[in-house]
Design a protein around this ligand. Structure first.
Ligand SMILES: Nc1ncnc2c1ncn2[C@@H]1O[C@H](COP(=O)(O)OP(=O)(O)O)[C@@H](O)[C@H]1O
Ligand SMILES: [Mg+2]
Length: 222
């Protein structure tokens, strides 16, 4: 059964797609059979296109990678309600089970943050808790003032699942004193190996797969 790598975060617009795409690229370059999916998407579908590109797929793969797309830029539950749809948790779990078949790794980008409502009675945390077998949670947090609080809130909300989690602390475009001290203090609080500095990429849509990204990906999955 494929390992599931859940890419969640403290918010929307924090770097989940960039990190998920880097994971997909790096794992497939390493010879792993990997599929990157984003079950829920609302507003635009750019994230799905980015994930498709990262795994060498075209636009035609979007429906497979993203079965639930809603045009309104709202949290998936509200966007689905506006579209007159209901997505049952069992359907999502079935999609994830099927997506794992024949893969070594399944990378799942969440929609919004960990507790963004996906359906009437579930969110990403609930899906993570129901995932059997091997899995890992990657919590994406931009490394700026306030990052420590945001990372600790998400790790706290994960409860026992935090043991399988890594914080991807996304470096700012230019080094800042706060970014350095955040990294050190967060490592002190949650354990050195649980916090990984993820580099700022000059061209995130086509990262070169440089050594810094490779190292970050390896640390996120270790
Ligand atoms: N590591 C990074 N390097 C370069 N740009 C980044 C990085 N992380 C995030 N960004 C930029 O920040 C914005 C939001 O990132 P995105 O991955 O789309 O967030 P999310 O998926 O959490 O909504 C995008 O413009 C993205 O290119
Ligand atoms: Mg995204």
């Amino acid at each position: 059964m494929a390992r599931v790598v859940w890419v969640t975060g403290c918010d929307t617009g924090v770097g989940k797609t960039v990190v998920a795409a880097a994971l997909v690229r790096s794992l497939s370059r390493g010879g792993r059979r990997v599929l990157g999916v984003k079950p829920f998407c609302s507003g635009g579908r750019e994230d799905v296109t980015a994930l498709a590109t990262a795994q060498g797929l075209g636009e035609d793969a979007c429906a497979r990678l993203n079965p639930w797309f809603f045009p309104e830029p709202l949290t998936p539950l509200l966007a689905a309600r506006r579209a007159g749809r209901r997505v049952a948790r069992a359907e999502v779990l079935r999609f994830l089970r099927q997506s794992r078949e024949g893969q070594d790794d399944l990378v799942v980008e969440g929609a919004g943050g960990l507790l963004s409502p996906l359906g009437e009675d579930y969110d990403a945390r609930d899906l993570i808790r129901r995932t059997p077998g091997l899995w890992r949670v990657v919590v994406v947090v931009p490394n700026r003032l306030g990052a420590i609080n945001q990372a600790l809130l998400v790790m706290d909300a994960l409860g026992a699942a935090a043991r399988q989690a890594r914080v991807a602390l996304v470096s700012p475009p230019r080094p800042t004193p706060v970014a350095r001290t955040n990294l050190a203090l967060l490592r002190e609080r949650v354990g050195a190996s649980s916090v990984v500095a993820f580099p700022w990429l000059p061209r995130p849509e086509s990262p070169s797969g440089g050594r810094r990204v490779q190292r970050a990906v390896a640390a996120l999955l270790a």
